[in-house]
Design a protein around this ligand. Structure first.
Ligand SMILES: [Zn+2]
Length: 274
């Protein structure tokens, strides 16, 4: 599933592609993804200049002048693609946005866990109401060691589950949680309320460095995720622990192990991570 670096990459590309343009027509070919698509047929979305495209957590917010925004969640397999009018529609392309420059932006999603929702913003640059409960952004200054420590003190769950909790910090999923914990020398199973302030400082530092490096590489492609031009995210080559079961740890050569908890597989080094 796309995590922060992947969504960030897509939002940046959409920002470059869409700003100053408008939707001339929106076609839907499917009744619903995770949520109904019919609100996209509202004529209020048409011919309004697109003034901003930004990321919040794992959501992409496409803001139109006039105070309306489309909020997109890519789910497991959602992909945007630039297309020409003459391109044949692929089977899982559920929405075609016709742009006023004669090009198209298409949204493809085989597994349909994605969503595209329109909402009215309270003010320009405002946050769609569905995003108001999200926790802090990991790359913003309010994600500090003391904030994280305070949040973790209240929780008995495993640290990995806490790092993936969007009410604490947004955008971190299974891949980046594994990488952050490995680099911090912390077992994914350690209870959140037994993480020290020193650990929190390491977690915050490594979260920033790993997410920034992944953004630079255009994210991580394991299966479906693609950049807007169809290319894969290249951070997969820089993963130190995720996907490396049985391979030697890059620090100590102990074979990387996996455990299953919370319905997800965790990759870790039993020697380096305590
Ligand atoms: Zn190791």
């Amino acid at each position: 599933m796309p995590e922060l670096p992947e969504v960030h990459t897509v939002a940046s590309a959409l920002n470059k592609l869409l700003i100053g343009k408008a939707f001339e027509k929106i076609e839907i070919f499917t009744e619903k993804l995770r949520l109904p698509l019919s609100p996209l047929l509202d004529s209020k979305l048409l011919n309004q200049p697109i003034i901003d495209v930004r990321r919040r957590g794992r959501y992409i917010v496409i803001e139109l002048s006039g105070g309306i925004a489309l909020t997109v969640h890519l789910g497991m397999t959602g992909v945007f693609r630039e297309a020409k009018v003459s391109d044949e529609r692929r089977k899982h392309e559920h929405v075609i946005f016709h742009l006023n420059d004669g090009h198209q932006l298409r949204f493809e999603c085989p597994r349909r866990f994605s969503s595209i929702v329109s909402s009215v913003l309270e003010h320009p640059g405002g946050e769609p109401s569905m995003l108001k409960k999200l926790g802090v952004e990991p790359l913003k200054p309010d994600f500090t060691a003391s904030y994280l420590y305070q949040q973790l003190q209240k929780r008995k769950c495993a640290i990995k589950i806490a790092l993936m909790d969007n009410q604490i910090v947004v955008g971190i999923g299974n891949i980046y949680a594994a990488e952050i914990l490995f680099k911090s020398g912390i077992s994914p199973l350690r209870p959140a309320n037994r993480i020290t302030m020193k650990d929190c400082a390491a977690l915050v530092k490594n979260t920033c460095s790993i997410l920034n490096a992944a953004i630079k590489a255009g994210g991580t492609t394991f299966s479906d995720y693609r950049q807007l031009d169809g290319s894969e995210g290249k951070f997969v080559r820089e993963l130190l622990v995720y996907g490396r079961k049985g391979l030697p740890c890059v620090n100590c050569t102990t074979p990387i192990e996996t455990i299953s908890h919370g319905g997800r597989t965790s990759f870790y080094c039993p020697k380096c991570q305590k």
